[in-house]
Design a binder for this molecule. Sequence first.
Ligand code: BTN
Length: 130
Amino acid sequence: MRRTIVTLLLLAFAQASAFAQGLPPYSYWKNQRGSEMKIFAVGPQGNFTGLYINNAPGYQCQGLPGFALSGRNSGANVTFTVVWNNGIQNCHSRTIWQGQMLNPSTLPTTWILVPASGPPLRGADMFTRR
Ligand code: BTN
Protein backbone atom coordinates (compact mmCIF):
# COMPACT_ATOMS: atom_id res chain seq x y z
CA MET A 1 0.00 0.00 0.00
CA ARG A 2 2.77 2.38 1.03
CA ARG A 3 4.67 1.52 -2.17
CA THR A 4 1.57 2.30 -4.28
CA ILE A 5 1.17 5.71 -2.64
CA VAL A 6 4.85 6.53 -3.14
CA THR A 7 4.61 5.44 -6.81
CA LEU A 8 1.50 7.61 -7.35
CA LEU A 9 3.20 10.58 -5.70
CA LEU A 10 6.28 10.12 -7.88
CA LEU A 11 4.11 9.93 -11.01
CA ALA A 12 2.22 13.10 -10.02
CA PHE A 13 5.52 14.87 -9.34
CA ALA A 14 6.95 13.76 -12.68
CA GLN A 15 3.87 15.08 -14.49
CA ALA A 16 3.97 18.39 -12.59
CA SER A 17 7.68 18.82 -13.41
CA ALA A 18 7.08 18.12 -17.08
CA PHE A 19 4.30 20.71 -17.16
CA ALA A 20 6.39 23.27 -15.26
CA GLN A 21 8.71 23.28 -18.29
CA GLY A 22 6.09 25.30 -20.17
CA LEU A 23 5.62 25.49 -23.92
CA PRO A 24 7.53 22.60 -25.53
CA PRO A 25 10.09 23.68 -28.15
CA TYR A 26 9.77 22.22 -31.64
CA SER A 27 6.12 21.44 -31.03
CA TYR A 28 3.26 21.38 -33.55
CA TRP A 29 -0.23 22.63 -32.66
CA LYS A 30 -3.56 22.93 -34.40
CA ASN A 31 -6.61 24.99 -33.44
CA GLN A 32 -10.33 24.30 -33.89
CA ARG A 33 -10.34 26.36 -37.13
CA GLY A 34 -7.71 24.10 -38.72
CA SER A 35 -4.88 26.63 -38.38
CA GLU A 36 -1.43 25.24 -37.64
CA MET A 37 1.30 26.54 -35.40
CA LYS A 38 4.89 25.34 -35.30
CA ILE A 39 6.95 26.41 -32.31
CA PHE A 40 10.69 26.54 -32.94
CA ALA A 41 13.19 27.36 -30.23
CA VAL A 42 12.06 28.56 -26.79
CA GLY A 43 14.77 30.71 -25.18
CA PRO A 44 15.83 30.65 -21.52
CA GLN A 45 13.63 33.70 -20.81
CA GLY A 46 10.63 32.02 -22.46
CA ASN A 47 10.84 33.95 -25.73
CA PHE A 48 9.95 31.84 -28.72
CA THR A 49 9.58 31.98 -32.48
CA GLY A 50 7.59 29.88 -34.88
CA LEU A 51 5.44 29.65 -37.96
CA TYR A 52 1.68 30.16 -38.21
CA ILE A 53 -0.33 28.70 -41.08
CA ASN A 54 -3.77 30.25 -41.14
CA ASN A 55 -6.44 27.85 -42.40
CA ALA A 56 -9.39 29.53 -40.70
CA PRO A 57 -12.36 29.90 -43.05
CA GLY A 58 -13.52 33.48 -43.56
CA TYR A 59 -10.11 35.09 -43.11
CA GLN A 60 -7.45 36.28 -45.54
CA CYS A 61 -3.73 35.44 -45.54
CA GLN A 62 -4.33 31.71 -45.85
CA GLY A 63 -2.05 28.72 -46.25
CA LEU A 64 1.60 28.32 -47.12
CA PRO A 65 4.28 29.52 -46.75
CA GLY A 66 2.81 30.78 -43.48
CA PHE A 67 3.69 33.72 -41.29
CA ALA A 68 6.36 34.24 -38.65
CA LEU A 69 5.16 34.24 -35.08
CA SER A 70 6.92 35.46 -31.96
CA GLY A 71 5.88 35.13 -28.38
CA ARG A 72 6.67 34.68 -24.74
CA ASN A 73 6.00 31.87 -22.30
CA SER A 74 6.16 32.39 -18.55
CA GLY A 75 4.93 29.48 -16.46
CA ALA A 76 1.57 28.53 -17.90
CA ASN A 77 1.09 31.94 -19.56
CA VAL A 78 1.60 32.13 -23.31
CA THR A 79 1.35 35.24 -25.50
CA PHE A 80 2.19 35.36 -29.18
CA THR A 81 1.76 37.65 -32.16
CA VAL A 82 1.51 37.16 -35.91
CA VAL A 83 2.01 40.13 -38.22
CA TRP A 84 0.08 39.17 -41.34
CA ASN A 85 2.73 40.16 -43.84
CA ASN A 86 5.12 37.52 -45.19
CA GLY A 87 6.32 39.51 -48.20
CA ILE A 88 3.96 37.54 -50.47
CA GLN A 89 0.66 38.28 -48.77
CA ASN A 90 0.04 41.40 -46.72
CA CYS A 91 -3.25 41.66 -44.86
CA HIS A 92 -2.25 44.88 -43.06
CA SER A 93 -3.23 43.40 -39.72
CA ARG A 94 -1.82 41.56 -36.75
CA THR A 95 -3.22 39.12 -34.20
CA ILE A 96 -2.23 38.79 -30.56
CA TRP A 97 -3.19 35.57 -28.73
CA GLN A 98 -3.08 35.19 -24.95
CA GLY A 99 -3.71 32.02 -23.00
CA GLN A 100 -2.75 29.69 -20.18
CA MET A 101 -1.67 26.12 -20.80
CA LEU A 102 -4.16 23.73 -19.20
CA ASN A 103 -1.73 20.83 -19.60
CA PRO A 104 1.27 20.14 -21.90
CA SER A 105 -0.96 19.62 -24.93
CA THR A 106 -3.90 22.02 -24.43
CA LEU A 107 -3.67 25.77 -24.89
CA PRO A 108 -6.93 27.74 -24.79
CA THR A 109 -6.46 31.35 -25.95
CA THR A 110 -8.32 34.54 -26.61
CA TRP A 111 -7.20 36.80 -29.44
CA ILE A 112 -7.51 40.25 -30.84
CA LEU A 113 -7.13 40.84 -34.58
CA VAL A 114 -6.04 44.42 -35.16
CA PRO A 115 -6.39 45.75 -38.71
CA ALA A 116 -4.40 48.78 -39.87
CA SER A 117 -7.71 50.60 -40.08
CA GLY A 118 -11.11 49.76 -38.69
CA PRO A 119 -12.23 48.17 -35.46
CA PRO A 120 -10.43 45.20 -33.89
CA LEU A 121 -12.01 41.76 -33.87
CA ARG A 122 -11.94 39.47 -30.82
CA GLY A 123 -12.32 35.72 -30.51
CA ALA A 124 -11.04 32.52 -28.93
CA ASP A 125 -8.89 29.67 -30.26
CA MET A 126 -8.23 26.31 -28.65
CA PHE A 127 -4.83 24.88 -29.62
CA THR A 128 -4.10 21.18 -29.23
CA ARG A 129 -0.65 19.68 -29.56
CA ARG A 130 -0.43 17.13 -32.40
C1 BTN B 1 -6.65 38.83 -41.60
O1 BTN B 1 -7.70 38.30 -42.02
O2 BTN B 1 -6.54 40.07 -41.46
C2 BTN B 1 -5.44 37.99 -41.31
C3 BTN B 1 -5.73 36.59 -40.94
C4 BTN B 1 -6.38 36.47 -39.57
C5 BTN B 1 -6.65 35.03 -39.17
C6 BTN B 1 -7.40 34.94 -37.83
S1 BTN B 1 -6.34 35.26 -36.46
C7 BTN B 1 -7.55 34.66 -35.34
C8 BTN B 1 -8.25 33.50 -36.01
N1 BTN B 1 -7.58 32.24 -35.69
C9 BTN B 1 -6.99 31.73 -36.76
O3 BTN B 1 -6.33 30.66 -36.73
N2 BTN B 1 -7.17 32.48 -37.81
C10 BTN B 1 -8.03 33.61 -37.53
